[in-house]
Unconditional design. Structure first.
Length: 376
């Protein structure tokens, strides 16, 4: 499959490519990761000025109406440059949920701050016992006037240390693992009763363990129907993460091919060895298959196809395995320097590894695909 982009989409891609080429090289990225804040407010504001934070939102809420295809274009380029800033967490996850289930007042209150770059968000849905089960929620919320009081803990919340606000899942009724009874809440990250233990992830991002002790939250969406909203959010997130992964795979292929033309063993370049040529062909095929599936997924996201959950799981597993294969081959073909901090290959490897476990690893999605296929 090969998408024929519109003129506007081509302009978006060219603009992102130009911005990242001029302002976001690998050394700049390393400095950002090593900084105290861990992400660049300057670059985040540049993304907002270019319209990237507005691109996926509908025009009704002040966006540019680009939808999933705009997200795919942006994330593919972000993957190529290992962009660290929380686009997925703020725009795709939080922004997508607010646009999907928020009240008109909530959309008016929250989305403009996302679009203009003044507010960043994180989604806190994982618990220590939940693994990839969106409905496995034991942390609770009770109503008190117009607000809800949340108690419990959330784990591995990506971008939480950077966030101004959180969307938190909590149980308002039912038993553990019940699909019904899970609700979503907007919580001020700096509110009383919200404590964070921040840490750096293997790919250089920041995450946190969050403790909620009688913290106040505002209900987002219908009470007790949070799992359905999170499932749709997961499919959108998979589309974005797969685009980022495919961008990283392409860069690893290019770097490995270029290295094979210059690195010599036994008096000749390693690219002349037939066995390594075959391996790089396999890497190229894996990238092309992943790219085709990525485009198919995002076209289906844009069209709202009925079979989207199954396709999302199929793409997450297939692209995940492709990314793992290409990353491992790239590191091996680069030898010991492949995992040094000074070379970007190891950083792509780590980012692909992190993408593979977000919202379900490839093995989880193979099983989910089989279950959805059997139920179809």
């Amino acid at each position: 499959m090969d998408i024929q982009f519109t003129e506007e989409q081509d302009m978006l891609r060219s603009s992102v490519q130009r911005l990242l080429r001029d302002q976001y090289d690998f050394d700049t990225r390393r400095k950002i990761v090593a900084s105290e804040q861990g992400f660049s407010r300057k670059h985040w504001e540049a993304f907002a000025e270019l319209g990237l934070l507005a691109a996926p939102f509908s025009e009704e809420v002040g966006g540019l109406g680009g939808g999933p295809l705009s997200t795919m274009i942006i994330m593919h380029e972000f993957g190529r440059h290992l962009v660290i800033e929380p686009f997925v967490e703020t725009v795709v996850l939080a922004g997508g949920l607010i646009e999907q289930i928020g009240t008109p007042e909530q959309k008016q209150a929250f989305i403009p701050g996302i679009i203009d770059g003044t507010k960043t968000w994180a989604l806190a849905w994982t618990e220590k016992e939940s693994r990839f089960d969106l409905g496995n929620v034991t942390r609770t919320a009770r109503r008190e006037g117009n607000d809800y009081i949340l108690s419990g803990a959330k784990t591995m919340v990506i971008a939480a240390p950077w966030a101004d606000d959180l969307i938190v899942s909590a149980r308002t009724s039912g038993d553990d693992r019940d699909r019904g009874g899970v609700s979503l809440f907007v919580v001020d990250r700096r509110a009383a009763g919200v404590d964070l233990q921040s840490f750096k992830t293997i790919d250089g991002r920041r995450a946190a363990e969050i403790s909620l002790r009688e913290a106040r939250g505002q209900l987002l969406g219908p009470e007790g129907e949070g799992v359905a909203a999170l499932e749709a959010c997961r499919d959108r997130a998979i589309g974005a993460l797969c685009a980022e992964g495919v961008g990283a795979i392409g860069e690893l292929n290019s770097a490995t091919l270029e290295y094979s033309k210059t690195r010599k063993q036994f008096g000749t370049t390693i690219g002349s060895f037939q066995v390594l040529q075959h391996r790089m062909v396999d890497m190229f095929i894996a990238h092309q298959e992943a790219l085709s599936l990525l485009q198919h997924l995002n076209l289906s996201l844009a069209a709202g196809d009925v079979g989207l959950p199954r396709l999302a799981s199929g793409a997450k597993s297939k692209i995940g395995y492709a990314g793992k294969f290409v990353a491992e081959q790239a590191v091996q073909l680069h030898g010991g320097m492949g995992m040094t901090d000074e070379l970007n290959v190891g950083h792509y490897f780590k980012r692909i590894s992190s993408i593979n476990i977000q919202f379900g690893d490839p093995a989880f999605h193979v099983l989910r695909y089989a279950q959805l296929d059997a139920a179809a």
